[in-house]
Design a protein around this ligand. Sequence first.
Ligand code: NAD
Ligand SMILES: O=C[C@H](O)CS(=O)(=O)O
Length: 470
Amino acid sequence: MYIDGQWQGEELTHIEVINPATKQVVGTVPNGGKNEAKQAVDAAHAAFASWSTLTAQERGRLLAVWHRLIEENKEDIGKIMTMEQGKPLKEAIGEVGYANGFISWYAEEAKRIYGETIPASHANKRIFVQKQPVGVVAAITPWNFPAAMITRKVGPALAAGCTAVIKQAEETPLTALKLAELAEEAGIPAGVVNVITGNPQEIGDTWLEDERVRKITFTGSTEVGKQLMKGAAETVKKVSLELGGHAPFIVMEDADLDKAVEHLIGSKFRNSGQTCICTNRVYVQVSILETFSEKFKAAVADLTTGNGLEENVDLGPLINDQAIGKVQNHLDDATTKGGEVLVGGNSFVKNEGQYFEPTIISGASDDMLCMNEETFGPVAPIASFQTEEEVIQRANNSPFGLAAYVFSENIGKAVRVSEELEYGIVGVNDGLPSVPQAPFGGMKESGLGREGGHHGIGEYLEVKYISLGI
Ligand SMILES: NC(=O)c1ccc[n+]([C@@H]2O[C@H](COP(=O)([O-])OP(=O)(O)OC[C@H]3O[C@@H](n4cnc5c(N)ncnc54)[C@H](O)[C@@H]3O)[C@@H](O)[C@H]2O)c1
Ligand SMILES: O=C[C@H](O)CS(=O)(=O)O
């Protein structure tokens, strides 16, 4: 653990970090709890006064140094990520680049936290609006993007002048600790960034109960997000939530089918289907269903599955046995309800790693689990639809509202459908919309707030106005 500029926790019991491709131990981290969680808040609280009063230029400069060091180390960070999370090395290095994009974006955004003056209704008054950092931020992040989910929070938080306590998922702590090591090397002062490993409930509850923690920013399941949102109410903390998704991928009859297949492969099978914006259900207009399904089946059959450190691997292992079980449950439910496996459909073990073949289910119906619950695995159920109105209604019939996709070469239709979709992110002829400069986030039970772009820094700022009598 990295607390107050010190590497700590050797005296504690340790948690093993397991490579999902081999089930071998690739590292151990201290099993921290309440005491360490409190120490981290002590350090972040103590560092806040000096960090928040640095000039924006100085905070931006330090973030830029951190960015340079992450860039110089991205292959090493990528290898650490693949070994603890399982994604193919090329994807892991890609994630490091994406993650670092938030650091560079917010190194600059620090200098653009503008205020405003407002014409007063009294001649003897002047009104000034300032934006100030909220204070100590607690960040809790998931295992599927061990770098990006941290920098998407800590980048804007530090740029705004906040200090941070971070708990990464217990499955993937090593990437977070490497980022902390580079933050230290960049000269980011002690206490500004603190990374805790250990018991999620103990650490989370400690931070929820501590009134010095002024913001909880969480990325993970909707279930845990709801728990944290309730806990934050006790001390009225600001809350940002990036939660579960259930993305519909809509192929209209006037879509470029080859483009739609190419983007569906990316959207469905990135990180073996373990991303919050992965396509979870595919809706294809009935007139092109057979042609599209054949094209998609051929493309999926070409995908390779294996250890992410090997060359030319498209899909790595799933994170753990529970993930395999959930995917299998969704597949079994679908076939029981009339779905047919067009390709794939099997889990398998290779060198102890747990894998699931990239799979397509045809004849999907809206009563299937995979059409309603987040599968978080490489299974693509295809359902047909007749009309635009029908598919919009079915796509919106979900408690989730994170990402959706629509493919059509009729741009008017694509825009019209996009505007009707109740999702925070809509990819139009684009299956991979995530970039640091855009406001990433969901509607409904997919979350609160946005991360990325100029919207993202607002989550870490309080708005104050000064009424000046003259
Ligand atoms: N919307 C997004 O940007 C986004 C991004 C990535 C993942 N996700 C979602 O995250 C989920 C998968 O990630 P996961 O399995 O790590 O989710 P998870 O909710 O199980 O865990 C997320 C984090 O919360 C911690 N946690 C768990 N219980 C806690 C508690 N009681 N108190 C405090 N912390 C607790 C975990 O240790 C982990 O660090 C999926 O639902 C996925 O859609 C969403
Ligand atoms: O899993 C959720 C991540 O936010 C996915 S992305 O890399 O931001 O698209």
